[in-house]
Design a protein around this ligand. Structure first.
Ligand code: ATP
Ligand code: MG
Length: 138
């Protein structure tokens, strides 16, 4: 178990002005931000990031969505970070997300669900390195 995970505030949440509210929930849940940047993914970069879902029927829609506007990428630190952060974001489908979760509060649909959270320590490391060099992690 490592103590880091990776997140993105997705284009839907950026468009609606929820970046600050989401970062506040992340901080209040006890995560330390160790890297952060706002950027706009090209279709190519969004496609690479979600390459594991290439064969899924929603892949095209996902790539369009994730490249639609700016995102905020961050690496977060907390004990048992991957699992704790998945709890904080809630279920992929906001209709199934628990009260008090980020997706319950800010997601509008299964596709446009406000935030990403890594699903394993291995993917957290891969995803963090996709956006940040060692010099950008504090
Ligand atoms: P993420 O990886 O973004 O944290 P997740 O792990 O909860 O989300 P995944 O199964 O990894 O869910 O799906 C990746 C993303 O693909 C989802 O967050 C969502 O934006 C999109 N997605 C998943 N299922 C669907 C679907 N049935 N229809 C449209 N988009 C979907
Ligand atoms: Mg996932």
């Amino acid at each position: 178990m490592t103590n880091r995970t990776f997140t993105m505030i997705k284009p839907d949440a950026t468009e609606k002005g929820h970046t600050g509210g989401i970062l506040q929930m992340i901080n209040e849940a006890g995560f330390r931000i160790v890297a952060m940047k706002m950027t706009h993914l090209s279709k190519e970069k969004a496609g690479q990031f979600y390459e594991v879902h290439k064969e899924r029927p929603f892949y095209g829609e996902l790539v369009e969505f994730m490249s639609r506007g700016p995102i905020t990428a961050a690496i977060l630190e907390k004990e048992n970070a991957v699992e704790e952060f998945r709890k904080l974001i809630g279920a992929t489908n906001p209709a199934q997300a628990a009260e008090g979760t980020i997706r319950k509060k800010y997601a509008s649909s299964i596709g446009e669900n406000a935030v990403h959270g890594s699903d394993s320590d291995e993917n957290a490391a891969i995803e963090g390195a996709f956006f940040f060099s060692r010099l950008e992690q504090f």
